[in-house]
Design a protein around this ligand. Structure first.
Ligand SMILES: *[C@@H]1O[C@H](CO)[C@@H](O)[C@H](O)[C@H]1NC(C)=O
Ligand SMILES: *[C@@H]1O[C@H](CO)[C@@H](O)[C@H](O)[C@H]1NC(C)=O
Ligand SMILES: *[C@@H]1O[C@H](CO)[C@@H](O)[C@H](O)[C@H]1NC(C)=O
Length: 497
């Protein structure tokens, strides 16, 4: 590629303000900058803290990457100071305020864009920040959607919308076969994303609809996935929608050195990382269960108790990460009064808050990952070659479960039948979706000896190499990134002539 042209390119990244969405996008930005393309990431001050150190290191190593901050409109949107992302909202009643705040960001973002040099050649933004569609029209710059998920997901949503099969069943327990997919995928209506079963809040529904339609008017979609994982779905999505799709993942593999692996995200635990490594070193290969139900999920204490008791009954070593503040006091009270932590001492470690997940997953002692199936975590496990136990709760998580259990066949479902949509937790009684017996059964299906388990482990292991190769020169994700750069360079050339 012509290097002078590269130096005129400028990609602007605008991540959605939720931790699981920010980090993959920052990784993607770093990958692009390593190709000698100028990249600017725009976010708010508090959201930058989890990755600004890693950007600083990139700059020091010569990458043309920059971080620019805009003030989060706390006062204007009615969100208390100190909260700038979806995870830290003091109450879920403020969800709509949060989306209003994203709209208010339009003007400050435009002011930043106006000053950029060279002027932006394209904006890569999360689909949930709807105002960027208006910005891209106003500035006449192509807008590329970053979808934090995979192609399976966007193809399911597309086919459900065009076929409307979900409207043909009224009962939320009814099974729907998602039409037009390479595999036979059955879902309960109650497992579909909230857009298919909208609630009474008209303003929130309007936000979701705006997000959905902005997909159709984007220049293309950038996905954190790779062709070797779901190539059939990539082809089919392109065929039915005519959209450009670039699969450039798994982007978390950019964090090659352990420092980056360890520093990802907030460091708010008091235990140092060597403690986990020492613990893992003391167990045989594939014997330890890693459990983490995500940062955004609001799991009830009753449900967490069932998981804890299941873990205890399994008699297997484990690392259990407990995140989020949802009814946290009640859980802590139980952990203390019940004596759980004391009983599992030596065999189980509890981590409260952030954990060095990539570091843990890549340890040979890990035998399975019980996950909420956020795509971020799911992909990290796939890249580490770890079998999964799937415990989806909402949004794309049920789709991701299908990718793991049916498409690549490296996991087992714990058996969740209904989603609890984000923010609706209090409407679901005790919030118990599966009891301890389901948890034990799923663990036994994956961990330990046996031909079926060994075969699953082999299938899972195969992806370590595939994932590594795809982002190296000659790999398909590497190639897709080149195609993206060339494509934008071509448009820029056209605009200037
Ligand atoms: C994914 O989420 C996990 C746990 O919530 C976190 O430790 C990790 O840093 C995240 N990774 C990315 C790529 O966002
Ligand atoms: C990251 O941001 C925080 C808050 O603005 C600041 O205190 C810190 O110095 C920054 N770190 C780096 C490495 O720039
Ligand atoms: C992405 O890479 C695959 C495999 O190399 C290729 O078939 C596909 O056309 C590429 N996509 C784009 C948009 O260039």
């Amino acid at each position: 590629m012509d290097s002078t042209l590269l130096s005129n390119l400028h990609f602007v990244f605008i991540p959605f303000l939720a931790p699981g969405h920010i980090l993959p996008m920052v990784d993607m930005a770093k990958l692009l900058a390593k190709r000698n393309v100028k990249v600017t990431i725009i976010t708010t001050p508090l959201n930058s803290i989890q990755f600004n150190a890693s950007i600083k290191r990139e700059i020091e190593s010569g990458s043309p990457i920059e971080l620019l901050l805009v003030k989060f409109p706390n006062a204007e949107s009615g969100i208390p100071e100190g909260s700038e992302n979806l995870e830290t909202l003091p109450s879920m009643d403020l969800k709509i305020n949060f989306f209003r705040a994203l709209d208010i960001l339009q003007k400050p973002i435009e002011e930043v864009l106006e000053k950029l040099s060279p002027s932006p050649s394209c904006i890569v933004c999360d689909k949930n920040i709807a105002c960027v569609a208006d910005i891209s029209i106003k500035f006449n710059i192509p807008r590329i959607l970053f979808d934090g998920t995979n192609c399976f997901n966007i193809l399911c949503n597309h086919n459900l919308h065009t076929s409307k099969v979900y409207e043909t069943v009224s009962d939320s327990d009814s099974l729907i076969v998602v039409p037009g997919l390479p595999h036979r995928i059955e879902m309960r209506k109650s497992q579909l994303p909230v857009i298919f079963t909208p609630g009474p809040d008209k303003e929130l529904n309007a936000v979701r609809e705006r997000v959905r339609t902005s997909e159709a008017t984007s220049y293309g979609i950038l996905l954190n996935t790779f062709e070797e994982l779901e190539g059939e779905y990539v082809k089919e999505y392109q065929r039915v929608t005519g959209h450009k799709v670039w699969c450039v993942g798994p982007v978390s593999l950019t964090n090659k050195d352990d420092l980056d692996k360890a520093q990802r995200g907030n460091k708010n635990t008091h235990i140092d990382e060597s403690q986990y490594v020492n613990f893992l070193d003391s167990w045989p290969p594939c014997s330890v269960l890693y459990v983490c139900l995500g940062s955004l999920n609001r799991v009830s204490p009753e449900q967490l108790k069932e998981i804890g008791l299941g873990l205890e009954a399994s008699k297997r070593p484990f690392i259990w990460v407990i995140r989020g503040a949802y009814r946290r006091d009640e859980l802590e009270k139980w952990l203390k009064e019940d004596g759980f932590e004391e009983r599992v001492k030596g065999r189980g470690i509890l981590i409260r808050g952030w954990a060095p997940q990539v570091l843990i997953l890549s340890h040979k002692a890990i035998g399975a990952f019980l996950t909420h199936c956020g795509w971020n975590s799911t992909l990290e496990a796939i890249c580490a070659g770890v079998p999964l136990i799937t415990f989806p709760m909402f949004a794309d998580q049920f789709y991701n479960e299908k990718v793991v259990v049916q498409v690549i066949d490296t996991g087992v479902s714990v058996g969740v039948e209904n989603s609890i949509h984000f923010g609706d937790e209090d409407k679901f009684g005790d919030g118990v979706l599966v009891n301890r017996d389901n948890v034990i059964k799923a663990i036994e299906k994956v961990m330990g000896e046996g031909e079926e388990k060994e075969k699953r482990r082999e299938r899972a292991r195969k992806y370590v190499d595939l994932a590594k190769k795809t982002i190296e020169e000659g790999g398909s994700s590497y190639h897709n990134m080149s195609m993206l750069i060339e494509d934008i360079m071509h448009i820029k050339g056209l605009n200037q002539s």
